[in-house]
Design a protein around this ligand. Structure first.
Ligand code: BJW
Length: 296
């Protein structure tokens, strides 16, 4: 792959590397991207449903969309691309360097692969919050990661992507509510026309200002504010490198742009092929040991 040696020189001289990821890194895990083929659910594009207006108009439809995605993501595993980033973070930390992952994804597959302190710009599919209120649902001590399936009985058998189905019109009272039943809950993700959590965004800018190398993986770089991150770093005179299946609007501001699947490019580019093999084997061992016994 042309440019690998140049990238590895940049990597070797960097003290603080930031990785910005988008839906493309999870594509090889089987999670559809937003703007590629397969981004439609029923006949809707994500942009039509991922808005506070859409939720206000039809909370049942928007919840069905997110519940379907919870079902898809729950069955997915981190892929080689996620493992390569986790392996690099571990390796750099041992060398006394720093690496941070800022992701636009809500699937938590970076964390599943072993990445730590991941900045989730757009929230998480596994957290819930009350409508029009700050903060997440907690269990009294900490934020509650809710992976229950279905998250409410009303969704059982209802969230299929079949384009003939429009909305199941589930009564709002049956949708997920706070324990006292008073407040309607929603997925704790950031929709279009909603501000990002200011603490999360400030944290991301601090990392971008401090880093000396930005690697952008699997994002079309069209959704703001994340779309402004690469230009910000490039304008500061620091190298930006892209890994994407296709060229993007930002390829021209990148010092290097690698075209290909993240799972194929990253292990070689980051020089972590051996470590990735180890992490994949560990994962396979863990999932084999924890798989419930088959019923037959
Ligand atoms: C592979 C691969 C493989 C495939 N290997 N690569 C300034 C200018 C213009 C507009 C705005 C602006 N500032 C704000 C806005 C409005 C809006 C916005 O950006 N609109 C644009 C569409 C123009 N932004 C907002 O509303 C944000 N809020 C905000 O800024 O608040 C202040 C404000 C409010 C109102 C007005 C003005 C200011 C919030 C944005 C929230 C985005 N939320 C979503 C949904 C999250 C929950 C959910 O998942 O349902 O986040 S939208 C969706 O897009 C999701 C993603 O995180 C995000 C980015 O998509 P991503 O990850 O890039 O995916 P794709 O599909 O686009 O690209 C995948 C890429 O992977 C492709 O390039 C493939 O080639 C590649 N790929 N397979 C490597 N194997």
């Amino acid at each position: 792959m042309k440019g690998v040696a140049t990238f590895q020189k940049l990597l070797a001289s960097a003290r603080h590397i930031v990785i910005l990821t988008g839906a493309g890194i999870s594509a090889e895990s089987g999670i559809p991207t937003f703007r590629g083929g397969g981004g439609l659910w029923r006949t809707y594009e994500a942009q039509e449903l991922a808005t506070p207006d859409a939720f206000r108009k039809n909370p049942s439809l928007v919840w069905e969309f997110y519940h379907y995605r919870r079902e898809v993501v729950a069955k997915c595993q981190p892929n080689v691309g996620h493992f390569a980033l986790a392996a690099l973070q571990r390796k750099l930390t041992l060398q006394g360097k720093r690496m941070d992952v800022i992701t636009q994804n809500i699937d938590r597959l970076h964390q599943a692969a072993g990445s730590t302190d991941v900045v989730e710009l757009h929230g998480s599919l596994w957290l819930l919050k009350a409508v029009d209120e700050p903060g997440f649902v907690e269990d009294g001590v900490k934020v509650w990661e809710d992976r229950s399936m279905p998250v409410a009985p009303c969704f059982a058998g209802k969230c299929q992507p079949d384009p003939v189905v429009r909305s199941s019109d589930i009564p709002t009272s049956a949708l997920p509510h706070t324990r006292n039943g008073q407040k309607l809950l929603r997925p704790a993700v950031v929709w279009f026309n909603e501000g990002l959590d200011p603490r999360v965004l400030t944290g991301a800018y601090e990392l971008l200002n401090a880093c000396d190398l930005l690697l952008v993986v699997g994002t079309s770089s069209v959704v703001y504010p994340a779309a402004s991150f690469a230009p910000l770093v490039a304008e500061a005179g620091k190298p930006v490198v892209e890994v994407n299946l296709d060229p993007t609007d930002h390829s021209n501001i990148c010092r290097l742009a690698f075209q290909g699947k993240a799972g194929e490019v990253l292990p070689v580019l980051l020089g972590v092929e051996e470590e990735v093999t180890g992490l994949v084997q560990d994962w396979a061992g863990k999932t084999t040991n924890t798989r419930p016994p088959r019923k037959n």
